[in-house]
Design a protein around this ligand. Structure first.
Ligand SMILES: Nc1ncnc2c1ncn2[C@@H]1O[C@H](COP(=O)(O)OP(=O)(O)OP(=O)(O)O)[C@@H](O)[C@H]1O
Length: 376
């Protein structure tokens, strides 16, 4: 074998270099492992880049995760970290000429990135559905709420009569807590309050009983009391329908009680992933510490309770070299220079807990224990 293998035939130094490259390749493809057959949704090395006049925008750059039926995944990160593009990519809504998409999205055993667009369209609504941030942009102003739910239902149940579909619409409005649903079904979206519109959109998203529901900032536009009601509603409906749910938010507080797992995104990449409990009690990435520190707490003085992440999110066209978070990381100088030269890989530190950070593990533990945890 060594006769035909140029690497083995070369000097020891070359062999060592090749080994190092191999290790790099293995680490880089750590997220590219086979899809998890147990998971209803299995995303592998998803990349969504856009050609723009200013350059290539790497909105999503190698994201992988699994989601089982009945479970909730929270995707958190600041504005522009790639959360929405990830979800639109799963739903097949980024198939424009300017978008370059690669990786795999397995939904209930079917791969969607390479699938026929007509098939993906069919799966949208039937097996996967989305609740958008602003129901007014997702709902048509000229049609009644009921007509839009009926339409969503009949696309996937063409044999259903109009009367039967209207009955389903009234029932769905009732289930999401719209009072007098048999009357309100004929209202237009603008006749509903913000919270009611959000409920109506949830009804529309769930009318075909999708097994995957993606909620993108479902409560951002609502006041605090209504926010809590909508989150409760999503939780109850998830139990009732047994769906897998992805909640996208910039606010860790929103996913605190709702999510089984949390994926933290920064600059188009996953920087930390773990169970909700791990992310709240033993987070290891300095960016996650910043997000936790930015959560408002009623029991602290204002100056004590907010430790915002300093600086602004990076440009996705020109990400900082090395670790994209390094210009904002208060601990970057403790990485021995690695933070500005090497991209950290997402490494499993404990079963189910992955972190992409150059800080030595013991250092991360001690900083969290001594500096961060006492302030949270
Ligand atoms: N069609 C597109 N063409 C070019 N760039 C895009 C396109 N869609 C999104 N982007 C860019 O991709 C990046 C990630 O956007 P995305 O909407 O996923 O962020 P986000 O984390 O969901 O933020 P927000 O909470 O503000 O919605 C942004 O910089 C955005 O400008």
């Amino acid at each position: 074998m060594s006769k035909t293998n140029p690497v083995a035939a070369s000097s020891k130094a070359k062999a060592a270099e090749a080994d190092a490259k191999d290790a790099d390749t293995k680490a880089a493809s750590a997220g590219k492992d086979a899809p998890n057959p147990e998971a209803f949704l299995s995303v592998r090395d998803l990349r969504i880049h856009f050609d723009t006049d200013d350059g290539l925008v790497r909105s999503v750059d190698g994201v992988s995760f699994d989601l089982e039926t009945g479970k909730t995944l929270g995707i958190v990160g600041e504005s522009g970290s790639g959360k929405s593009v990830t979800s639109l990519g799963i739903l097949g809504l980024h198939r424009s000429k300017r978008a370059r998409i690669s990786g795999e999205v397995w939904l209930d055993g079917e791969e969607l990135i390479s699938a026929d667009p007509d098939r993906v369209r069919q799966l949208r609504g039937e097996k996967m559905s989305m609740i958008f941030q602003d129901p007014l942009t997702a709902m048509h102003p000229y049609y009644t709420v009921g007509a839009q739910i009926v339409e969503a239902y009949r696309v996937h149940h063409p044999q259903a009569s109009k009367k039967a579909a209207r009955g389903v619409a009234v029932e769905m409005l009732d289930r999401v807590g719209i009072p007098q649903p048999d009357r309100r079904v004929d209202d237009y979206p603008h006749q509903f309050s913000g919270g009611m519109r959000q409920r109506a959109m949830i009804a529309m998203s769930l009318v075909n009983n999708p097994k995957l529901l993606i909620a993108d900032e479902p409560t951002t536009a609502l006041d605090v009391t209504v926010q809590a009601q909508i989150l409760d509603l999503i939780r109850d409906l998830q139990k009732e329908f047994g769906s897998a749910v992805i909640i996208i938010t910039h606010d860790l507080g929103v996913v605190a009680e709702l999510s089984d797992d949390i994926l933290v995104m920064y600059g188009g990449k996953c920087v930390e992933k773990g169970t909700s409990e791990t992310i709240f009690t033993a987070p290891e990435h300095p960016y996650t510490w910043g997000l936790l520190g930015s959560m408002p707490r009623m029991d602290r003085e204002l100056q004590d309770r907010l430790i915002p992440v300093k600086g602004s999110p990076p440009s996705l066209i020109n990400l900082p070299k090395g670790c994209a978070f390094n210009p904002r990381c208060p601990y970057a100088e403790l990485t021995g220079g690695k933070s500005t030269t090497e991209t950290p890989q997402l490494i499993e530190v404990k079963p189910g807990h992955r972190v992409a950070c150059h800080l030595p593990e013991e250092k991360r533990h001690s900083i969290f224990r001594d500096e961060i945890a006492p302030r949270l």
